[in-house]
Design a protein around this ligand. Structure first.
Ligand SMILES: [Zn+2]
Length: 215
């Protein structure tokens, strides 16, 4: 099996003295895992997390660990290197994809939004707002969309001040009043989306990535 597409290098770990195991989030085929030969010792063209480039991935059998050929075109992490907030955002994005997005399933919208986030976050006034939007998209793509457009009780679109932890749907002030202690408060914050992410991690039996725990 051979795949040729473009992607973002989201994780790389030494496998042996020379080789590395990489996770590349691709536009057409979702997350691919494979070996980068010489990836641990490369001096020139060293593979680095945050690079975007063209990738080919080969596996003789579907069950085998594939082998990558990786041509980095640009490192999207470079504008973030001097800013801890931006680095934390990038690390959270990569850790969540690494942890929650299944291998070899296409998530093209998520790929495009991730690419836009990484390209735009360094020049944006409120990077955490941009990140929150990305996380809402992630929840949606994983099948846990939050609905903030109308009250799940009566359908009205104003006075939406609560969010139900169970359904992920907004609740208006009147409908929510009897349950106010059990509902999350709107507007949405990263501590609320973190609770939904924690719920998904629990269902999948994986730990919430450390990179997402810090905000
Ligand atoms: Zn209502």
């Amino acid at each position: 099996m051979q795949i040729e597409t473009e992607g973002i290098l989201i994780n790389i770990q030494p496998f042996s003295e020379r080789d590395a195991i990489a996770h590349i989030f691709t536009r057409d085929n979702g997350v691919l895992v494979g070996m980068l030969r010489g990836g641990t010792v490369a001096r020139k063209n060293k593979p680095l997390v945050g690079q975007v480039g063209s990738v080919s991935w080969n596996a003789r059998l579907d069950s085998q660990l594939g082998v990558f050929h990786w041509e980095a075109e640009k490192n999207l992490a470079v504008p973030m290197m001097m800013n801890n907030d931006l680095l934390n955002i990038m690390n959270a994005v990569f850790a969540l994809i690494y942890t929650l997005v299944p291998e070899r399933e296409s998530y093209e919208n998520l790929y495009l939004r991730t690419f836009d986030l990484l390209r735009g976050v360094a020049n944006c006034e409120n990077p955490f707002d941009l990140y929150l939007g990305w996380e809402l998209g992630l929840l949606k793509d994983l099948g846990y969309a939050l609905d903030l457009t109308k009250c799940s009780g009566c359908g009205k679109t104003s006075d939406l001040i609560y969010l139900s932890p169970k359904t992920g749907r907004a609740v208006c002030a009147d409908c929510g009043e009897p349950y106010r202690d059990k509902l999350y408060k709107l507007p949405l914050t990263l501590s609320v989306t973190k609770r939904f992410i924690t719920g998904i991690c629990n269902m999948q039996n994986v730990d919430v990535p450390n990179a997402r725990k810090i905000f």
